[in-house]
Ligand binder design. Sequence first.
Ligand code: T46
Length: 135
Amino acid sequence: MYNYCLLKFENIVNNYGSLVPIEQNEDIPFNLKRIYYIFNVEDGITRGHHAHRKLQQVLICISGSVKIRLKTPKSEESIELNDPSIGLFIGTMVWGEMYDFSKGAVLLVLASGEYDESDYIRNYDFYIEESKNRY
Ligand code: T46
């Protein structure tokens, strides 16, 4: 079913600063296949506008802040990410949009699979239709 939630990672703080370790299957609920990061996003830009059929991801704003709008056929919610020790897990068939990137924001994404364009649903009407057929 539709699934997303916040994950709190251990933040190891000492006199030299902070360090957040993340291990697959320990701190995130899948085998890690890919990472990518998004930065240099200008004011007023919204990214995303899609859902994934199979891919699971964890989004971590490692610098600055960004808002994530999460939609399912039954709900809509916005979550601000502004803490490098918090991850947003997004499971399959959740519509996501990223917006309000602060200056210097860096959004790190941990993904369960390789890049595959056929895994994306980029049209909202198709997303609603495919969700109905799936659930
Ligand atoms: C997602 C959100 C959070 C690649 O060639 N390889 C990759 O691994 C990725 C992620 C993208 N691309 C290409 C595909 C497009 O030509 O990079 C271009 C920009 O991708 P897109 O418009 O999909 O970017 P976002 O920010 O809308 O979405 C991305 C991820 O694609 C998506 O899976 O969940 O970040």
